[in-house]
Ligand binder design. Structure first.
Ligand code: ADP
Ligand code: MG
Length: 478
């Protein structure tokens, strides 16, 4: 397997996620030795005796077989280098991994490059190595390399502060204050010097504890802007918190979309309403307010293929996810297949409960494939279980009059429609296929704008209120 080939890159990198999530996530380590001991224990008791999900083999056994074919490890340890840029603090230290390392007083630049190797840390100024130090273990440790400090600068400052002769000698133009005042100033200044790096370090430490990775990432940049006076303290807090919140919201939405099987994300913003003049834009945007989800209603999108039924259904589902509602998307064929499997395994009720859990269930593509024998009955059981308890969006290319044919049984179709139209919104799209829009001019005139759907013959409680097309050929306007 090659790490750089798109086909195998995922396989090579997958174990890192496994180790990160299964091993590292909730543990803490006293030191490297402790980490290694815990890792060894986890490898021996959890990771290696398990049956691998893909290969279906015990990892230890598979490895024992492969071992003979492996080449020996290189004699010298692999030199991995982590390169970072670090700003030198006021005390002439750089912070790496929560510890502080000195740089020589003679360093001219404020930002240096730090290379972290397994055993040591190398600090570069303009590409030239200026310091090498052993890696400190733990956190909040400080290491000042003996040659880094220019000692006589220090003594001169001391002498200045205590030397009253020089102060008096500066003449009567200096306002005479009690010397204690200067002591107080010195104390404030000294405290400022001491606390600045450790406050930041404490914030960093707390952000790690609070699991706020994005705020942690943004911290340095925000502090730099604060120091330059570009932003105020409140704004800095605001940036850090909203950065973190955005990350969390993103990952929550991503997870919810994945769990809800919404693989392709479609949005209302990406829907071209001018292409479907029969569609009432305001009505769709009212649906996007999600009142129908709260009221456990059913939304039907009816129309010929390619008119955006799935697009709109998904877009509304995405809105629901963003609003924190649970959503599940499937086609009718998938849904029925799942219910049939469950029935075979004697777990139908469990499966129906599963499909009842999401606040919004989208069932796409009713009428595209003939429903298998008994499928209509299973779907009815689910619809009945969700009736007035959870919202649904259904899409179909067939009019309700044809549902008898679709489900292979007019009685089941009637029972279904009875419930599915009780608290319902019907959106009928009577345009032409968006998929075929480039080929529109190739189509014979009489086929271009005609909806190939038979309008519902049942009298639905909630009639489609969409504006009628403004002209006889809605598709001809685009
Ligand atoms: P249907 O489910 O009605 O057969 P889809 O919703 O799958 O049709 O639409 C087919 C493709 O065309 C999808 O990629 C969809 O995003 C796109 N599409 C359909 N209608 C529009 C539209 N009005 N604006 C933008 N894209 C559209
Ligand atoms: Mg579709």
């Amino acid at each position: 397997m090659s790490a750089y080939r798109p086909k195998t890159k995922g396989k090579v990198e997958r174990p890192f996620r496994y180790i990160r999530e299964d091993f590292f996530l909730a543990r803490s380590f006293r030191n490297l030795e402790d980490l290694n001991a815990q890792l060894r224990h986890w490898l021996d008791t959890v990771a290696n005796p398990r049956v691998h999900a893909t290969t279906r083999r015990v990892v230890n056994e598979a490895f024992a077989e492969e071992r003979a074919a492996l080449r020996p490890l290189p004699l010298a340890p692999f030199r991995s280098v982590l390169k970072l840029e670090r700003r030198i603090g006021r005390e002439g230290m750089v912070s790496v991994g929560g510890n502080f390392y000195s740089v020589p007083d003679a360093t001219r630049r404020r930002v240096v490059e730090v290379h972290t190797l397994a055993e040591e840390l190398r600090i570069f100024e303009d590409g030239a190595l200026i310091a090498t130090q052993p890696i400190l273990e733990g956190r909040h440790q400080r290491h000042v390399e003996p040659g880094h400090r220019n000692i006589h600068v220090h003594t001169r400052r001391q002498r200045l502060r205590n030397d009253e002769v020089i102060l008096h000698g500066s003449g009567d133009r200096i306002a005479q204050r009690p010397l204690a005042f200067y002591d107080a100033v010195a104390r404030v200044m000294a405290n400022a010097l001491d606390t600045t790096p450790s406050t930041i370090d404490r914030i960093r430490h707390d952000l790690v504890g609070l699991k706020m990775p994005r705020a942690l990432e943004a911290l340095d940049h925000v502090v730099r802007r604060l120091e330059k006076g570009e932003i105020a303290a409140l704004e800095a807090m605001d940036i850090l918190l909203s950065e973190e919140l955005t990350l969390r919201e993103n990952s929550r939405i991503k997870t919810a979309l994945r769990m809800g099987r919404l693989a392709t994300v479609k949005t209302l913003a990406g829907f071209d309403f001018s292409f479907q003049p029969s569609l009432d834009r305001d009505r769709i945007f009212t649906l996007a307010q999600l009142g129908f989800v709260a009221r456990c209603e059913v939304v039907h999108f009816l129309g010929p293929p390619g008119t955006g039924k799935s697009h709109l259904a998904i877009a509304l589902a995405v809105e629901a996810v963003k609003a924190g509602k649970s959503v599940y998307f499937c086609t009718l064929a998938e849904l029925i297949a799942a219910l049939q499997r469950a029935e075979r395994d004697g777990r139908l009720q469990e499966r129906i409960r599963f499909f009842c859990r999401p606040a919004l269930l989208v069932v796409d593509e009713i009428g595209y494939l003939p429903v298998v024998h008994g499928g209509g009955n299973l779907f009815f059981q689910l619809v009945n279980a969700r009736y007035e308890k959870g919202a649904m969006i259904l899409t179909s290319n067939r009019g309700f009059a044809e549902w008898g044919e679709v489900f292979g049984d007019p009685v089941v179709a009637t029972a279904l429609l009875d419930r599915l139209l009780h608290h319902a919104v019907v959106v009928q799209i009577e345009g032409s296929s968006y998929r075929l829009r480039q080929h529109a001019e190739l189509m014979p005139e009489h086929l271009r704008s005609k909806a190939s759907i038979t309008p519902p013959t049942l009298n639905p409680p909630s009639r489609p209120r969409g504006r009628p097309p403004k002209n006889g050929h809605p598709s001809a306007t685009v």
